[in-house]
Design a protein around this ligand. Structure first.
Ligand code: SF4
Length: 363
């Protein structure tokens, strides 16, 4: 299939892995930031094709995984409210809260609906003026423009019954938290291509300079990922600590300016608690005061953040590249996708869930 096969071509994959073998002279730890990249690495067994000198670490780029338990509990509580239509992308429905998940609320009679765009939720609000329609707005910079558009559209339509329950996170502050001492397990990084399509990669140039580390903007297919790794190894071997773009078919340095403008019209930067990592300053988005009437937390009450550390779970260390999923004693023993104990097992894009799906048979 055009645009797929060429990025999964076995000959290109072999050429790229051979090129890495030819140039690598010492051990390097490279972190892929995005959960989609982690999933592809495990699915295609890319790590097994690379020389032993290369260790791949799996970063915090799974938005479902890093959504805090308290926000998931708030979603469940809100969805159970009378006269609420609760709209979400499908992948959030099975994420467990403290006592149940959104699917259980639906089974108990709650009006929980899967939508494919936040604009569908706006339409529902227009069609149901007597009910409150809440959209669960989670994700990185990739989902923020459409979520912002839904608020602009609801405002244009003068809808008072549309609300966003917001859990929007920003990647660069999380990368900085990972690279800040003492969390310095990472030598090079693959930046998330889809996020950079929106944001561009100027921010990543600053981070590369500040932490003296090469960062390569990388896509999601095997050839993309191996091209990113090859570029990163070349830069590591030369001591070239800059940002580079290996995903030029999608990413421009300045990103999508229109999308950035829409985000900054609607949202402002705020501190955010990442599940498994904790509070990271300026790493989230919340609605600006002028749009506060669309804020589900203003309407239903604010999310109360707790200390939810589970000492059996090392997902915080995994998300920071310090440990790998199969180094966790609970992995595939007491922690499975059906019964996840921590952040990185709750979504199929999480590192523990990817290891469980593709590696369990090899343990
Ligand atoms: S296997 Fe489960 S308990 Fe262990 S780190 Fe992953 S999510 Fe946490």
């Amino acid at each position: 299939m055009k645009y797929i096969d060429e990025y999964r071509c076995p000959r290109k994959i072999k050429n790229l892995t051979d090129a890495v073998k030819d140039i690598v002279t010492k051990p390097w730890k490279i972190m892929e930031v995005c959960g989609g990249q982690t999933h592809a690495i495990m699915r295609y067994g890319l790590e097994t094709l690379l020389p032993d000198f290369i260790t791949l670490l799996h970063g915090p780029g799974c938005p479902v995984c890093v959504t805090s338990q308290e926000i998931i509990d708030k979603a469940i509580e809100t969805a159970a409210e009378k006269d609420v239509i609760f709209c979400s992308f499908g992948d959030m429905l099975r994420v467990p809260g403290t006592k149940k998940d959104l699917l259980s609320v639906k089974a108990e009679g709650g009006d929980v609906r899967i939508v494919y765009s936040p604009l569908n939720a706006v339409k529902l609000a227009k069609l149901n003026p007597g009910r409150i329609v809440v959209f669960f707005a989670i994700g990185f910079e990739t989902t923020a423009p459409a979520n912002a558009m839904s608020v602009i559209q609801a405002d244009r339509l003068k809808l008072n019954n549309f609300k966003l329950l917001t859990s929007q996170v920003l990647i660069p502050p999380a990368i900085e938290a990972i690279l800040s001492p003492p969390n310095t397990a990472v030598n090079g990084m693959l930046a998330p291509g889809h996020v950079c399509t929106v944001t561009g990669y100027e921010n990543y140039e600053n981070i590369a300079r500040k932490y003296e580390i090469p960062i390569v903007v990388t896509g999601f297919e095997p050839v993309d990922i191996l091209s990113g790794i090859l570029k990163c190894v070349e830069m590591l071997e030369k001591g070239d600590n800059r940002a580079a773009n290996q995903y030029a078919r999608s990413v421009r340095r300045e990103g999508n300016l229109k999308a950035q403008q829409i985000i900054s019209d609607v949202f402002q930067v705020t501190d955010y608690k990442w599940r498994g990592i904790g509070m990271i300053p300026d790493s989230g988005l919340k609605l600006k005061a002028k749009y506060s009437k669309f804020d589900a937390e203003e309407f239903f009450g604010a999310v109360e953040l707790n200390d939810d550390t589970n000492d059996r779970c090392i997902s915080g260390l995994i998300l920071q590249g310090v440990k790998k999923p199969d180094q966790c004693p609970e992995f595939a023993v007491n922690c499975t996708p059906e019964n996840p104990l921590g952040a990185t097992m709750v979504s199929s894009e999480g590192a523990c869930a990817a290891y469980y799906k593709y590696r369990k048979s090899r343990l």
